[in-house]
Every structure is written in structure tokens, then in C-alpha cells.
Design a protein around this ligand. Structure first.
Ligand code: 3HC
Length: 313
């Protein structure tokens, strides 16, 4: 097909809300933006296992331990799903790991914060997975086929993640004064970093305009953030918890909750590597990758041997 016809075909598929598939022609910028975002998404799932794994051995009951193990395993699966989807764009997961370990690719800022109490497990499920769900439900409509389909499966599992987190919070607020205080301390520490998950204001976003034009993104950072705030504030009030924002106010006219200003200095510092635990997260991830080399080599050696046996059979 001549180049003009390929561009027209791409534009027509996007305009018709259809899906771009791996073998379709796509602009280089579309491909690289998807690789960037899908890799960051996958990295976030994998790094996101660290904060919660910190509490698997300290869960208060066997049931809570089993639920947390299941959740952390899900996150690993989400990462593998997203790396597989990213590989359809012509990049290898080994390359993506190298870019992550060298700091040339990012993961979500939220995973650089410490998990100091059991209430953090509830708050992460409720707020962090809750924010991820708001984002990922919309991403089911993203224009790239493999990414869109990966979101369908991931969203199903995320809803369990958020519900188990909210269940922990309900148990704590129905408990002793110390447990209520633990729940309040956790939302005090996680509320604002959860809002940062949606990225900078649209006016500060370097990718949103083009991502929206290519329908990689379907709703902008600020609008997604507002959706999350509007659904979460009533949940916090139901729990009897206070949102740590003195400027929080319901706007009768718009029907939205207005918030104070996010600490963008903290946001940019965290995503540039100066958050509370960035170095620890990457060091742990890199060590796990290096320690697991023998497993990968064994598995790929076994697979290669089987392929050659199949050929000779
Ligand atoms: N953490 C780290 N980096 C962030 C960020 C965050 N919270 N928000 C924005 N950034 C980065 C962007 O990657 C971009 O940097 P880059 O050019 O080096 O990649 C820069 O800040 C400017 O931000 P933009 O808004 O212009 O970037 P995007 O258009 O990519 O929007 C996003 C950011 C909304 C996070 C978008 O990438 C997205 O929707 N990603 C998919 C969802 C995702 O990654 N969620 C992360 C959490 S996954 C998770 O929570 C797992 C769950 O199981 C707990």
C-alpha cells in the first residue's frame, strides 16, 4: 500500500473507534508512545508487588494472608500480560527490564511510598487499586487492540483488589480506637500520592493531547482524577475517615468535589527518582531479575531443546 493510503487507513480505523492490531501500519510516534505507556504500566504492576509483599508475613489472619498473596500474584500476572502486549509492538521484555533498571523507563510514583501498617494494605487496595480501576476501565477502550484486550482481564481482577482493601478499612474503623487511628493515619499518607497516579494537570502533560488524538487515552488526566475523587470521598465519609485536605468542598453547581492543590514538587521529585523508596524499589527489582536469570535460561533452554526435538521428529 502506498504511504498515503496507509496513513489514511490508520486514521480511518482510529476515527471509526476500531482497533489497531500488531500487523497494521502505524505511525512511529503511535508505536513509541504505546511502548512507553504499556511498559510503564507493566513495570508498575511488577514493582507494585513490593509494598504489599512487605505485609504477607505479617497479615493479622490466615484469611487476610491468603487474600493478600492472591492479590500480589495477580499483580505479577498483570505485569506479564502487559509485557506480552508490549512485545507485539516489536520490543522485547528483556529490553524493557534493562530500560527500567537503568532508570530510562518509569513506573507509577505511588509505589515509592513505604507501607508502615496493616491499614496501608487496606488503603492501597481501596485507593491505589481504586485509582487504577478508574484509569483502566477507560483504557479498555484504547485504540491499540492487544492493550485494550489486556485491560478487560485486568479490570476484572482489580475490582477484587479494591474490594478486599475496602473490607480491611471497614474492619479497622469498626474496631478499637487504635485501629481507627491506624486507618486515619494510612489515608493521611496515601490520599495525595493516590491523586498523583493520574499524572500532571492536562496543561502540564506532555503526552495527553496526542494520546487523546490517537485514542490511546480516552479521558484526560484531570478528568480521570476528578472521577476518582467524586467516587472516593463519599466512601471515606462512610468509613468515618477524614480526607487530609482542608480545602475539600462539594460544589453543588458542578456536582464535583473540589480539592486543594496537589504538591507537584513532590510528584516530579518522586518520578525523577527522589521519592521515599525509589532506590530501594529498583535495587530490589534488579536483584530479583539477576537472581532469576538461571530460571529464565533454564526455561528458554528447555523450550529451545523441545523445539529442536519437534523439528527432528
Ligand atoms: N508515576 C510515574 N510517572 C508518571 C506518573 C505517575 N503517576 N504520571 C505521569 N508520569 C510521567 C509520564 O510517564 C510522562 O513521563 P515520560 O514521558 O517519561 O513517560 C510524564 O510524567 C508526563 O505525564 P503525562 O500525563 O504526559 O504522561 P501519560 O500521557 O503517559 O499519562 C498516565 C500518565 C495517566 C499514568 C498514563 O501513562 C496511563 O494511563 N498509564 C496506564 C495506567 C498506569 O500505568 N497506571 C499505573 C498504575 S498500575 C497499578 O496501579 C497497578 C494496580 O494493580 C495497583
Amino acid at each position: 500500500m502506498d504511504p498515503d493510503a496507509e496513513e489514511q487507513m490508520f486514521a480511518a480505523v482510529i476515527a471509526a473507534d476500531e482497533k489497531i492490531e500488531p500487523r497494521d501500519w502505524m505511525p512511529d510516534g503511535y508505536r513509541s508512545s504505546l511502548i512507553r505507556q504499556m511498559a510503564q504500566h507493566a513495570h508498575s504492576e511488577v514493582i507494585g508487588m513490593q509494598p504489599e509483599a512487605n505485609w504477607i508475613l505479617r497479615a493479622p489472619t490466615l484469611l487476610r494472608k491468603a487474600i493478600l498473596i492472591a492479590k500480589v500474584q495477580d499483580e505479577a500476572g498483570h505485569g506479564l500480560y502487559l509485557y506480552s502486549a508490549a512485545e507485539t509492538l516489536g520490543v522485547s521484555r528483556d529490553e524493557l527490564q534493562r530500560l527500567l533498571h537503568s532508570g530510562r523507563q518509569k513506573y507509577s510514583s505511588i509505589f515509592n511510598y513505604p507501607t508502615l501498617s496493616w491499614a496501608d494494605m487496606g488503603t492501597i487496595g481501596w485507593l491505589v487499586d481504586g485509582a487504577a480501576i478508574v484509569n483502566q476501565i477507560v483504557l479498555q477502550r484504547t485504540s491499540y487492540g492487544p492493550y485494550s484486550r489486556a485491560m478487560v482481564k485486568i479490570c476484572k481482577e482489580e475490582s477484587f483488589h479494591a474490594r478486599q482493601g475496602y473490607s480491611i478499612m471497614m474492619t479497622l474503623v469498626d474496631g478499637s480506637e487504635e485501629q481507627k487511628a491506624m486507618a486515619q493515619d494510612a489515608i493521611d499518607r496515601w490520599w495525595w500520592p493516590a491523586l498523583m497516579m493520574f499524572g500532571p494537570h492536562d496543561s502540564e502533560s506532555s503526552h495527553t493531547e496526542q494520546s487523546m488524538a490517537w485514542k490511546i487515552k480516552r479521558i484526560t488526566n484531570d478528568d480521570l482524577r476528578q472521577m476518582f475523587i467524586d467516587q472516593t470521598v463519599p466512601q471515606a465519609h462512610y468509613l468515618g475517615l477524614t480526607i487530609p485536605d482542608p480545602e475539600l468542598a462539594f460544589d453543588e453547581e458542578t456536582g464535583h468535589w473540589n480539592i486543594g492543590e496537589i504538591d507537584w514538587e513532590e510528584f516530579w521529585a518522586t518520578i525523577q527518582g527522589d521519592g521515599p523508596l525509589n532506590r530501594e524499589r529498583i535495587a530490589h527489582k534488579t536483584k530479583a531479575w539477576d537472581d532469576g536469570r538461571w530460571v529464565r535460561e533454564g526455561a528458554s533452554g528447555y523450550a529451545a531443546k523441545n523445539r529442536s526435538l519437534d523439528k527432528s521428529a
